[in-house]
Design a protein around this ligand. Structure first.
Ligand code: FES
Length: 568
C-alpha cells in the first residue's frame, strides 16, 4: 500500500478526550496539519491548519464556541462551514462568501475522531465495531514508516490470538484494536482501542503505554538504519473555473437552496417562527445581520433576517410577522406553508454587518426588528463583548424570541407598552452621549428608526456609528424623471424613461444585476456612481452617504442630471 496525500481512507486523528471545552487540537494526517476543534453544539471540525490571511496556524487560535478566531489578525471562521465571518481590518464589511477555509470530512465514533483526505469514501465502522463499550489507549507517536508500524503491531499478537488485518492501517487480536494514523511518510501515531472498559483503567493504560513505548523504541532504531522514504507527493487540486475567472465585481449568481420547514411555531402574538433546515449537510455561512430571500409558493420573494448565533448552520430560524394588511408575502408563508414543506431560499446576504471592535454596542429593536439584532446579540455574547439590547414591543405577548433573549448573558432590557414620548426618552438614555468606538444598531418601524437616528445625532453620535435596517421603504417614490445612464464597465448607454427604474432598464437590456427588496431598503443593488447627480429615494444610505453622491440604489433612485455614469 502506497500512501498518497489523496488517500480516501478514514483514519483516526484524535481521541474524543483531546477535544475538551473550547480547545483547539493540532492534528496531522498524510503530511497535512489539521486544526481540530469542537464547537459548543458538539460538532467536531477538522480544517486545514492555517488562516487564509497570513497562513498562521489556527490550532493556536481561540475557540469561541461557534467560531474559531485566528490569533494573529483575528479573522473568524464559522463552525461547520469554515466560512470567514469577520475580518477586523474591515470591521464594517461582511467578508466575501468565497473566503472559506478547507474542511475535511469528520466522524466521531468509538472514542476517536476520524478523518480522511477527501470524502470519496463514506465512513464505515471497522469490522466488530458495534456493541462494545470502547476504551481508548494513550496515543503513541512513532518516527517510522506507517506500514512498518502496522507490521510490528501485528507481531504483538499472542500465539492463541492471530492478528487480523482490518481495512486501512489497522489490526486486531482478541479485544485489542490498533489503528495507525499515517502522519507523514516517515511518521505515525498508534491509536489503540480495547473492546471493553477494563476494571482498572490506570493499570491498563500503564501496561499498554509501556508495551507500545518499547515497540516505538525498536521501530525508531530500525528506521534509522533504513533510507528515508520518499515524502508524500502533494496532490494539487485544480482551481475551480469559478475562482479562476472571478470577475472584479462578483455578481451573485442567484443560487437558490432548497430547505425543509422543520418547525413552525408561534413565537409571540403575531409572530410566527420558522426553522428552515438543510436537506443534506449544513447551510452556507452567514454573518450577524444577514438575511435570506425566501421564494414563496405564490411566486413572490420576501426577505427575512437570520436569527441564529455563530456557527449555527444546520438550519436558519426566521421570524415572520402576521400582518392583516399583508399584500400576500408574509400572509402566504404564515397561512399556507406547513412543517415538512420545501421552500427555496437564497444564500445569505449581509447589508447590515456588525462591527466587533466596539467598546460598547447598543442594539435597539422594535417589534419584529428583533430578528437581525437577536443574531448580533448572540455573536457578541459568544465572544464576551460588551453590549446591551433594548427591545421595544407593544405588549408582553408580542415579545418574540423571549426565551432565546433570556438565555443571553449581556444586558437585555424588555420595554413593553411604552407611550411614544417615553420610548423617545428611553432611547435617549440607552444611547447616552457618544464616546469613541461605540456603535448602535437599530431595526424596527420607520418612526422608531428616525427617532434613534435623530436622538443619536443630537447626542453627538457620528453617522458612521449609527447602523440601521428598515423593513421597507415607506417613502413615496417619484419616478417621473427621464435620463440616460452610461454603464462604464459594460460600455453601454441606456435611456431610463419615466415610470421605469434603472434596474429594470438594465435587465431589459440583458444585464444580470443583483437585487433583493427592490424598494431601496436592503442595500443589495448598491452601485458606485462615477459621474452625475443622484436623486436618492432609498432608506438604505445615511445622510452623508447620500450627500457624497458616490453611490446609489438602482432599484429606486434616479438622476437629477441628464446623465449618470455608473460603475457597472
Ligand atoms: S434591491 Fe434592495 S435596495 Fe435595491
Amino acid at each position: 500500500m502506497t500512501l498518497t496525500l489523496s488517500d480516501p481512507t478514514w483514519y483516526p486523528i484524535a481521541s474524543s478526550d483531546d477535544l475538551p471545552f473550547r480547545h483547539v487540537y493540532q492534528g496531522q494526517l498524510l503530511g497535512r496539519e489539521l486544526a481540530v476543534w469542537r464547537a459548543d453544539d458538539g460538532n467536531v471540525n477538522v480544517w486545514e491548519n492555517r488562516c487564509l490571511h497570513r497562513g498562521v496556524r489556527l490550532s493556536i487560535g481561540v475557540n469561541e464556541g461557534g467560531e474559531l478566531k485566528c490569533q494573529y489578525h483575528g479573522w473568524r471562521y464559522a463552525n461547520r462551514s469554515a466560512g470567514c465571518t469577520y475580518i477586523p481590518a474591515h470591521p464594517a464589511d461582511a467578508p466575501a462568501r468565497r473566503i472559506q477555509n478547507k474542511t475535511y470530512p469528520v466522524r466521531e465514533a468509538y472514542g476517536l475522531v476520524w478523518s480522511a483526505a477527501n470524502d470519496d469514501q463514506p465512513f464505515r465502522p471497522f469490522p466488530g465495531a458495534e456493541g462494545h463499550d470502547w476504551f481508548a489507549l494513550r496515543p503513541i507517536p512513532v518516527n517510522a514508516e506507517p506500514e512498518d508500524v502496522l507490521a510490528a503491531l501485528a507481531r504483538l499478537a499472542p500465539d492463541d490470538q492471530p492478528a487480523d488485518l482490518l481495512p486501512g492501517l489497522a489490526v486486531r487480536f482478541g479485544g485489542t484494536y490498533y489503528f495507525v494514523q499515517p502522519v507523514a511518510a516517515d511518521r505515525a501515531v498508534i491509536r489503540g482501542l480495547l473492546a471493553d472498559k477494563p476494571a482498572d483503567e490506570r493499570a491498563t493504560l500503564r501496561h499498554y503505554s509501556e508495551t507500545l513505548s518499547r515497540l516505538r523504541d525498536r521501530l525508531e532504531r530500525a528506521a534509522k538504519k533504513k533510507p528515508a522514504p520518499e515524502p508524500l507527493k502533494p496532490a494539487f487540486e485544480k482551481v475551480s473555473a469559478e475562482l479562476s475567472t472571478m470577475p472584479e465585481i462578483a455578481v451573485p449568481k442567484g443560487n437558490t437552496i432548497t430547505v425543509v420547514v422543520k418547525r413552525k411555531w408561534t413565537s409571540a402574538d403575531g409572530v410566527i417562527g420558522f426553522e428552515l433546515a438543510a436537506r443534506d449537510g449544513h447551510l452556507p455561512t452567514f454573518q450577524p445581520g444577514a438575511h435570506i430571500d425566501v421564494h414563496l409558493p405564490n411566486g413572490m420573494t420576501r426577505q427575512y433576517s437570520i436569527t441564529n448565533g455563530p456557527g449555527d448552520l444546520m438550519s436558519y430560524v426566521i421570524g415572520v410577522k402576521q400582518e392583516s394588511a399583508s399584500t400576500g408575502g408574509s400572509k402566504v408563508l404564515v397561512e399556507t406553508v406547513r412543517e415538512g414543506d420545501l421552500l427555496s431560499i437564497s444564500e445569505p446576504r449581509n447589508n447590515f454587518p456588525l462591527r466587533r471592535d466596539a467598546t460598547r454596542t447598543v442594539l435597539i429593536a422594535g417589534g419584529i426588528g428583533i430578528t437581525p439584532l437577536l443574531s448580533m446579540a448572540r455573536f457578541l455574547d459568544k465572544s464576551s463583548l460588551n453590549y446591551e439590547l433594548h427591545y421595544f414591543t407593544r405588549a408582553g405577548e408580542t415579545t418574540a424570541f423571549r426565551s432565546e433573549l433570556e438565555a443571553l448573558h449581556g444586558k437585555v432590557v424588555f420595554h413593553t407598552g411604552l407611550p411614544r414620548a417615553e420610548i423617545a426618552t428611553t432611547i435617549a438614555s440607552a444611547l447616552g452621549q457618544w464616546s469613541m468606538a461605540q456603535h448602535v444598531y437599530v431595526c424596527g418601524p420607520g418612526a422608531m428608526l428616525e427617532t434613534v437616528r435623530d436622538t443619536a445625532a443630537a447626542q453627538g453620535w457620528p453617522e458612521e456609528a449609527v447602523h440601521f435596517e428598515y423593513f421597507k421603504n415607506d417613502k413615496p417614490i417619484d419616478n417621473s424623471s427621464a435620463f440616460d445612464v452610461e454603464l462604464a464597465r459594460s460600455a453601454m448607454t441606456l435611456h431610463v424613461p419615466s415610470g421605469k427604474t434603472i434596474l429594470e432598464v438594465m435587465r431589459d437590456n440583458g444585464l444580470s444585476v443583483p437585487s433583493s427588496c427592490e424598494q431601496g431598503a436592503c442595500g443589495t443593488c448598491l452601485t458606485t456612481v462615477i459621474e452625475g447627480e443622484v436623486d436618492h429615494q432609498d432608506v438604505y444610505l445615511n445622510r452623508s452617504e447620500k450627500a457624497s453622491n458616490t453611490c446609489m440604489m438602482t432599484c429606486v433612485s434616479r438622476a437629477k442630471s441628464p446623465r449618470l455614469v455608473l460603475d457597472i
